[in-house]
Structures are given as C-alpha cells and as structure tokens.
Design a protein around this ligand. Structure first.
Ligand SMILES: Cc1cc2nc3c(=O)[nH]c(=O)nc-3n(C[C@H](O)[C@H](O)[C@H](O)COP(=O)(O)OP(=O)(O)OC[C@H]3O[C@@H](n4cnc5c(N)ncnc54)[C@H](O)[C@@H]3O)c2cc1C
Length: 263
C-alpha cells in the first residue's frame, strides 16, 4: 500500500562553524554554513525507507529564508519527490506557534496525506514543540521520540517510542505524525542521480498568499514567545579538592551537599 508522506525539515546553522558573541548575546552568522537539522535526516530516511518498501510519494517541507532551498535540494537528492519551501518576509520572527500554523496551512494546500514525519527537535530553537504542535493543528494524533517504525498488518503501524521509564509500543493507523530520534536509522547520502534530478525538478516556493495565511497568526504578530535575553552558559563555580581518607572525603561531600540543600 503506497503512502503519501510529508517530512518537515529545518535548515539550521552548522554547529561546527557557529560561534556566539557573549557581549551581544547573538550568533555570529558571518561565514557560518547551514545544514539540514541532523535528526531531520533521520525523519527523511524513515520516509524514504517506507517508500522503498511499499511505494508512495514523499514531500519535504521547510519554512525558512530563500537559502533553505539548499536543504530541500539535498532532501530531493536523497530521494524525496518534491521539495516545498515556505518563504516570505512576513514569516520572519515566527515562534513555534506561528511556525506550526504556517506548516499546517502548507500541508493543507498539499492535499491528502498519510504520515507526517519530523525530527525530535531542532539544533537551534530546540523546543521539540513543532511536531506535536503541528499534529494538533492538523487534527491528527502524534507520537513523539520514535525509535522504530514498522508497517504491520491491516495498514497499521507499530511505533516504538523511547520514554524516561523505558519504551512504549504504539499501534496506530494513518494519518498520524511522528517525531523521530536519531537512533531510528542511518540516513542515506544524497546520490549523483538524485542531485541531477533535484536540479531538473527544482523546489516549489510558496509565500504567505500562496498558503492563504491570516497575517495576524504569522511572524512576530502571531508569536507570543518573546526572547528577553540570550547568554552563554558559563561555569563560574570553583572546583574544590576534598582531602583525607575515602571515608572522610565521602562524609565531607555529603555534608556539603546537605548544606547546599541538594540532599
Ligand atoms: C525562545 C525562542 C525565541 C525565538 N525567537 C525567534 C525569532 O524571533 N525569530 C525567528 O525567526 N525564530 C525564532 N525562534 C525560532 C523559532 O521559534 C523556531 O526555530 C521555530 O519555530 C521552530 O522551533 P524549533 O526550532 O524549536 O523546532 P523544534 O520543535 O525543536 O523542531 C522539531 C522538528 O520540527 C520540524 N521543524 C521545526 N522548524 C521547522 C521549519 N521552520 N520548517 C520545517 N520543519 C520544521 C523539524 O522536523 C524539526 O526537527 C525562537 C525560538 C525560541 C525557542
């Protein structure tokens, strides 16, 4: 049974090159490369693996500046059929609430779908809210932290999700949204054939009018989140070496932890 799969990918600063200005509290973007959010590669692979097994179509969707087109080209070079970039100056400043609204409007425009896949969280915003928020906007169930996804009998999927206490096995029927963990698979590399196909096909670009969004629900207008300050987490506590026998050191350590109300 072929599936219509949508994978949401975000382009993020390449952490290998990104630096932070402690004085201004902002990212130094000069000379910083951009990459597909690493766990979104796993979301892409989960979709591609399913397509390999049973057929279907995969659309990668990304909201971002024009340069995010590169991320979609890479996804297409991996095997994705269609790349859709949601780009408009009016989207700038969107927090997760506005982002999920914009993504949901685009997915509605794409038409019927079976599965939406997202990464667990992004490297930069790091909230892990977009997947579940998007599912709520689309009115479909979501399963977060998925580390295994298998198609079982009757068109059902068996998902294993990691929890703090162990794991849950969830059986679910499409349509649903899953956010995946890096452990779910090993993403394939883009192929030369894929790169050529991506170049020929190109990326679809939609702006605010194309997806008919309410201007009050996007960008800063639609974003209740306000960043009051950002800073580099420093370690200003001094280390202390405890002396004496192992027993004396353990006693001293327990005392210090109790004094600090940590025990
Ligand atoms: C406190 C705070 C303030 C912010 N302020 C601003 C701001 O002023 N201006 C601004 O531009 N941004 C801002 N952002 C960033 C913006 O809110 C997020 O980047 C965006 O909403 C996605 O959230 P996230 O990065 O936490 O994604 P997460 O929820 O961590 O991402 C989970 C998954 O959702 C999908 N996903 C996430 N974002 C996208 C996307 N854009 N396109 C497609 N798929 C996606 C991916 O599959 C990803 O793996 C802010 C973020 C935070 C936490």
């Amino acid at each position: 049974m072929p599936f219509n799969i949508i994978v949401c990918i975000k382009q993020v600063p390449d952490v290998k090159t990104v630096r932070f200005d402690p004085k201004t509290g902002t990212l130094i973007r000069d000379g910083v490369g951009a990459v597909i959010n690493p766990v979104d590669l796993n979301a892409l692979e989960a979709g591609l693996g399913l397509k390999d097994a049973v057929g279907g179509e995969i659309t990668a969707v990304s909201m971002g500046p024009p340069q995010a087109k590169e991320a979609l080209m890479e996804a297409m070079a991996m095997g994705v059929d269609k790349g859709v970039l949601l780009s408009d100056r009016a989207f700038a400043g969107s927090d997760t609430l506005a982002t999920t609204y914009i993504l949901a409007k685009a997915i509605e425009r794409l038409g019927a779908f079976d599965i939406v896949l997202c990464g667990k969280q992004s490297l930069d915003g790091d909230t892990a809210q977009v997947g579940p928020g998007l599912a709520a906007r689309l009115g479909i169930p979501s399963v977060a932290y998925v580390e295994e996804m298998r198609l079982v009998e009757g068109g059902m999927f068996r998902l294993r999700r990691e929890t703090d206490l162990g794991c849950d096995i969830v059986e679910i029927e499409p349509p649903f949204l899953a956010t995946v963990l890096p452990s779910i698979n090993k993403p394939r590399l883009p192929s030369l054939k894929g790169k050529i196909r991506a170049k020929k096909t190109g990326v679809i670009v939609w702006d605010a009018d194309d997806i008919q969004v309410d201007p009050e629900k996007i960008g800063l207008n639609g974003s209740p989140t306000r960043v009051l300050s950002t800073y580099v987490k420093g370690f200003d506590a001094k280390g202390e070496m405890l002396s004496g026998t192992a027993e004396e050191q353990a006693d001293a350590l327990v005392k210090r932890l109790k004094d600090a109300n940590l025990l």
